[in-house]
Design a protein around this ligand. Structure first.
Ligand code: ADP
Ligand code: TRP
Length: 337
């Protein structure tokens, strides 16, 4: 089974990203042939500063590697290093109904927020479908907000196959029955990450870089401490039992602590006798215990840019081998030499 996913390098990673997405991705490298890439072409729809675009791409790659992605097991690469994706993007675009793109949630949400849409934002789902179809991915782990994009990729793969593969029957996409031909583009399936619920930010809303309420995975140590000490709490006195509803500190401890330790914390939280300050210290300790090793590895990787580049080049080469095989078939099918 081939698993593929990408992250947009559009901001610094926070613990919501880790528990909601990255952790599962890293685990998947043991389940199949995994392809992970940094969607730096997609990021250009929001990041307009070239230095920042480069830095965020590097940061994302370093983050994956520090958090446990093993380049010997998984193929890790930059989206922009495999130019074939742009060719497939165009060819696929010729079978994409305009109406689909007009009803894309991601696009509609951004327009509703007052962002004036450019072609890149409008065409975003086509490039994403090309990302997936280029590598004949079977399973695509994503968050709920991305389901529609995977459905589009399936629809357009079918449309391409129906148009260009003689004998293709959408009822039999693998061409198992006599007289049927398998499609050139494989139909992917979304693998939804039922994440550890929504990780709350320090203010109790969903943790998100757009709300400025994050605890960054690789932030400066002092800043992390400040953030954790600022997690919103109420005025329950030290001796009293603490409420577990609308309590971001409680929820953060639940996400971060190993189950057995959380059980103890849960009991003391409900019994009373400890102040919120004590729990914040505990959260800070848990943060360093959990992410300390990754933070250390990140420093090492950042201090050796040549090694990082070597890993990414190696990933790109492996990805390109796969991409060029598929593109040969696609070109032949549509009549491009
Ligand atoms: P942000 O909201 O900070 O902009 P993104 O939208 O870039 O984050 O999310 C990247 C990934 O991290 C997605 O798969 C998303 O589901 C996950 N994620 C982001 N924030 C959280 C959160 N607070 N809790 C759980 N998962 C999250
Ligand atoms: N759109 C995805 C996101 O914002 C990132 C992405 C780009 C992606 N191409 C992909 C995810 C292909 C999975 C497969 O999270």
């Amino acid at each position: 089974m081939r698993i593929l996913s990408g992250v947009q390098s559009s901001g610094r990673l926070h613990i919501g990203n880790y528990y909601g997405a990255l952790r599962q991705f890293v685990q998947l490298q043991d389940e199949g042939e995994a392809y992970f890439f940094i969607a730096n072409l997609h990021a250009l729809t929001t990041v307009r500063d070239p230095k920042q675009a480069e830095e965020l791409t590097r940061e994302a790659a370093v983050a994956y590697l520090s958090l446990g992605l093993d380049p010997k097991k998984a193929v890790l690469f930059r989206q922009s290093d495999v130019k074939e994706v742009l060719e497939l993007n165009w060819i696929l675009g010729t079978v994409v109904p305009h109406a689909h793109l007009e009803r894309a949630h991601s696009y509609k949400d951004k327009v509703a927020k007052g962002i004036s849409p450019d072609f890149g934002l409008f065409a975003y789902p086509v490039l994403m479908a090309a990302d997936i179809l280029l590598y004949s991915a079977d399973a695509v782990p994503v968050g709920r907000d991305q389901i529609q994009h995977i459905e589009f990729a399936r629809d357009w793969a079918v449309k391409f196959n129906v148009t260009y593969v003689p004998g293709y029957d959408p009822q039999d996409p693998e061409g198992k029955e006599k007289g049927h031909a398998p499609g050139i583009l494989k139909l992917p399936t979304a693998r939804i990450q039922e994440s550890t619920a929504v990780v709350p930010g320090v203010d109790g809303q969903k943790m998100s870089k757009s709300y400025g309420n994050t605890i960054e995975l690789f932030g400066d140590e002092k800043e992390i401490k400040k953030r954790i000490m600022s997690v919103k709490t109420d005025s329950t006195p030290v001796e009293a039992p603490k409420p577990t509803e609308n309590a971001p500190l409680y929820d953060l401890l639940k996400v971060m602590l190993p189950e057995s330790r959380f059980k103890e914390v849960d009991a003391s939280w409900r019994a009373g006798g400890k102040g919120y300050g004590d729990y914040k210290k505990l959260l800070l300790e848990a943060f360093h215990e959990t992410f300390g090793p990754a933070r250390q590895r990140r420093q090492e990787l950042l201090s050796d840019p040549a090694e990082l580049e070597r890993i990414l080049q190696d990933g790109a080469e492996r990805a390109r081998a796969e991409a060029s095989r598929l593109m040969q078939r696609v070109r032949r099918a549509v009549g491009i030499p």
